[in-house]
Write a protein of this length. Structure first.
Length: 179
């Protein structure tokens, strides 16, 4: 079996865990945080925007990390940055703390997922690159389809949205371990 397919399986699992838990998990935790703290939806939306903006704008930083230290280092570092962000979210009590922490999540997800993943897939697959990238990207969608309802079920059964942040931290660290 071509080693690239094994690599793709590992990358898909990393993408599933990181994007599926942290990025799509925000859809479950942010409404709970809004209700708990009495924040306006626009205030929470700004925090989500900061996370997604930092994920996108960190592209040159991610490229630099990959060029200097390699893709594996980027994935591992991203998991630790996202885990630090998730643990900080667990302890969040104010909008200011939320706004400071949200970019950590975005940078961590960026370091761990799309750019390093597509870099590796593009390097390993020449003939079947399109299907390999499609499978890689689909793993994130699968993460959304499985993890988001699971998080909602956990919150519904325990009433504790903070627990989800700890699960997110564990998910990104597990993804780092896979790398």
């Amino acid at each position: 079996m071509y080693y690239g397919w094994k690599l793709l399986g590992a990358l898909g699992t990393i993408y599933f865990l990181s994007i599926g838990s942290v990025f799509y998990g925000l859809a479950v935790t942010l409404p709970e945080m809004t209700a708990t703290f009495g924040w306006a939806r626009s205030e929470v939306g700004l925090g989500f925007s900061l996370a997604t903006l930092s994920m996108g704008l960190s592209g040159p930083l991610i490229a630099w990390v990959i060029a200097k230290r390699g893709v594996r280092f980027s994935i591992v570092l991203g998991g630790f940055v996202a885990a630090i962000g998730a643990v900080n979210m667990y302890f969040t009590e104010s909008l200011f703390q939320f706004y400071i922490t949200a970019p950590l999540l975005g940078i961590g997800i960026g370091l761990q997922t799309i750019i390093p993943g597509t870099q590796l897939v593009s390097n390993w697959f020449k003939r079947r690159r399109a299907i390999a990238i499609a499978l890689f990207m689909a793993s994130g969608g699968l993460g959304r389809a499985i993890i988001t309802p699971l998080f909602a079920l956990i919150i519904e059964s325990t009433g504790d949205w903070r627990l989800i942040w700890l699960i997110m931290a564990c998910g990104t660290l597990l993804a780092s371990f896979i790398a």
